[in-house]
Design a protein around this ligand. Structure first.
Ligand SMILES: N[C@@H](CCC(=O)N[C@@H](CS)C(=O)NCC(=O)O)C(=O)O
Length: 201
């Protein structure tokens, strides 16, 4: 299989983390691409009509895309431990929360990197940060028992989302007044799968 990938993408990182956690690293060849909403790489468009990464090219079946689909596929392929049926709705909601943080944070990055400076719309950037901020408060106030429980995809996704905030939005200081989440992440980010997949430009 081949994974269309970029070392800076938090959505791609989710997939790499799952490959590490489930022992499937050797089954996937990484195809690095440079792509953006205004300059979609040809290999990305060929694999995913939405023009987004990650996309997974399977050897004997059509390409699949959207990180949530790929992570679930890879987990099922490895025996299915990261989406436990008994807690499935919590796991999926936690993963959706983490993905929503990434989505808003990536849009903030694009707004500054891609738009000409005179077209950047500051209230829109702040509105995206408000989504991130509310989601972080919710993680800190309501999700800690789940985050501290047995390993699941929701936890891995939250780890990737927080890692992306450190990578691109450090100045926003997400840790302030969220000491419980900060403590959890300090330990979680030391997992070998997290260390091996830290984002780079
Ligand atoms: N919901 C998608 C989001 C993926 C996504 O937004 N990826 C970004 C890179 S971090 C991308 O490919 N952006 C290009 C674009 O929006 O056209 C997923 O979970 O895979």
């Amino acid at each position: 299989m081949q994974l269309i990938s970029s070392a800076a993408s938090p959505f791609v990182r989710k997939v790499h983390v799952v490959l590490h956690e489930t022992g499937q690293i050797a089954d996937v060849e990484v195809l690095g691409v440079k792509t953006s909403p205004v300059a979609t790489a040809a290999e990305v468009a060929a694999a995913n009509p939405l023009g987004k990464i990650p996309a997974l090219l399977r050897d004997d079946a059509p390409a699949i895309y959207d990180s949530r689909v790929i992570t679930r596929f890879l987990d099922a392929r490895a025996g299915g431990k990261l989406y436990p049926e008994a807690r499935i709705w919590d796991v999926l909601t936690l993963e959706a929360t983490a993905d929503g943080i990434m989505e808003a944070a990536v849009l903030m990055t694009y707004e500054r990197r891609i738009r000409p400076p005179e077209m950047v719309f500051e209230p829109w950037i702040e509105a995206q940060w408000a989504k991130v901020s509310r989601a972080l408060d919710t993680l800190n106030d309501r999700w800690m028992s789940h985050l501290e429980g047995p390993l699941c995809m929701g936890q891995l996704a939250v780890g990737c989302a927080l890692g992306y905030l450190d990578f691109r939005h450090d100045a926003r200081q997400w840790r302030k007044d969220r000491g419980t989440l900060d403590d959890w992440y300090a330990a979680f980010s030391q997992r070998p799968s997290m260390v091996a997949t830290a984002p780079t430009d």
